[in-house]
Every structure is written in structure tokens, then in C-alpha cells.
Design a protein around this ligand. Sequence first.
Ligand code: FE
Length: 340
Amino acid sequence: MKTPRFLSSALGVMLLGLSIGYAQEVNLYSARKEALIKPLLDEFSNTTGIRVNLVTGKADALLKRLETEGANTPADLLITVDAGRLHRAKVAALLQPANSDLLQESVPAIYRDPDNHWFGLSLRARPIMYAIGKLDPSTLTSYDELADPRWKGKICVRSSGNIYNQSLVASMIVAIGEQRTEQWARALVENLARPPKGGDRDQIRAAAAGQCVIAIANTYYLARMATSKKDQREREAAMKIGIIWPDQNGRGAHINVSGAGVTKFAKHKDNALKLLEYLVSDKAQRYYADSNYEYPVKAGMEPSDTLKQWGKFKGDAINLSLLGKYNGAAVKLMDRAGWR
Ligand code: FE
């Protein structure tokens, strides 16, 4: 019996697809470290047959590269670890709207761009941390109170050049205005235990080592220290640290996102959209939550057990695009306040 013509040509296409490996691809520029995202991308490729070509780098360098490459960029999707830079990419016309009902349903409105240029994929909180036994946590309940002179010489925080602090300050500008935020920043600088240096983890380590009593840091750093397989000292340091969820009777703790947007000149737009949708699937959200110690962006999904030990909290509910909108004002304000 002769093979029907349509069947043989369908087979031909299938075989061609197999012989060159993946028939489809998507190019990803990621400020998120490869180790934190690669297993997810591999899983995506295995289920969809779409190969992901990953370029990792610092967020600013990736933005610069997108700008320089213009319409010739190979990038289809951009991932960064803060809303401030996603907003910056949008304003620089490096992104385009991704219209997808699934994304709209999965990502709460406050964690995505109002024009769909970017979507949050995971949440990070930036609460106040303290050295257990050195401070009664009931006596410090808000970011504003960090300006109180009673904390003079007791606070560790990293430099103002770091976008996490810029976003925290931007959230304060939204909440209490620029003038009061500047007063706050000046007083905070007066309360620092040492000139800002190192990353978030270094602030936590310094508090654990008694160099300060209070540290400001993202929760996943504390979680990674607490669960460090290699380094017992990291685990011991983390045990000495408690978390204060600030402003629980007010605006809530400062929240930021890692997120992604489809690039303006994406050549594989459909595949970029598929990857975005995959990253908000239950499976990917679970992975983000368990391996990176971030909070799932999708409503109703539980954080990891490590994060659960620090309890539930109320997060600031401003639209995160405001962090980008007020980034410039925050940077200038911190500079005027002497926060180096
Ligand atoms: Fe980080």
C-alpha cells in the first residue's frame, strides 16, 4: 500500500526536526545568574522543543547591549532581578507589550507593568533584620523608625549604588513624599555603624558578628545562608538573625520582583511569550520558591518552608512600576543625604 502523500511529508518534517535537534529557539538576555535559572530553561526546552540560548550579564550591561544592537538584537526576552531596571528598559523603548490572558491571570496587577511591557516572576521582600537578643523586635516596627537617634551606630546597609536600596527609597517617596524621605535618609546615614560596603549578605554577617544590631537585606540572602550546605559559619550566622516585618499596620514591607519582558525587536516573539508563560506556571513557580527562596508571584502558591519560618506578612501594594518611575529621584536624594 502506498503511503498517503500528506503523511509522508508530515513524517519528513518530523524527521528533519529530529535531525537538527530543536526546531525552534528563543534568545534570552538574563541578569539572573545561570545556575538559578538553567534547570527551568532545560525543562522548558524538554517540554516544548524550543531551545533557549542564554546570555547572562549584569543588568546595566545587558540594557546597554540591547540599546546598541537596536533592531539587530538577537534577544527575544530580557530578565532582570528588579522592577526598577525593567521600568528603565521600558522607558528606553527596549520592550514591547506581551498580550496574554494567562500572564494577566497569573501575575497580580501590582507586580506587572500596566502596559504589559514586563511581568514579575518572583517576589523578594526587603525587611529589617536584627541580631537576636540585642534588640526587642517590638520596639522597631517601621522603616521610618530607623531614623530614630536611638539606633545611632547600630545599622548596617549596603551602598546607595545598589538598586535594591534605590527601590526601597523610591517606595518611601511614594509613601511619604520626597522631602520626608530625604530627612529619613539623612537620619539613617547618621545611624550607620560603618560606611556602606559589601552586599546584602555582608550586612547580615556584620549583624551576626556584632558589628551592628540592625541590617537591611532581602530575605532570600538570609534563607540561602540559613540553608548553606557548604558553610557552617553561614548557617550559624543566620541563626543569630531575626526578621522584623515593617509597617504591618501601614503600607507593609517593601517588595520587589525578578521579572521579564519581551524585547522590542524580538524575532521569536511567540516563543518568548511561551517561555514567559512557562515561568509563571505552577511548576516553575514552585521551583523558584524552593530553590531560590523567593516568594511565588502567583497568588495562592506557598513559599518554601525556610521562608515560612519567618511568618506571613503584609507587603507594600504599590504598583512596582513606581519603583522605576521614582528611581532617579531616589538616587539624587540618597546622594544629597550622604548615603554613599
Ligand atoms: Fe540579589
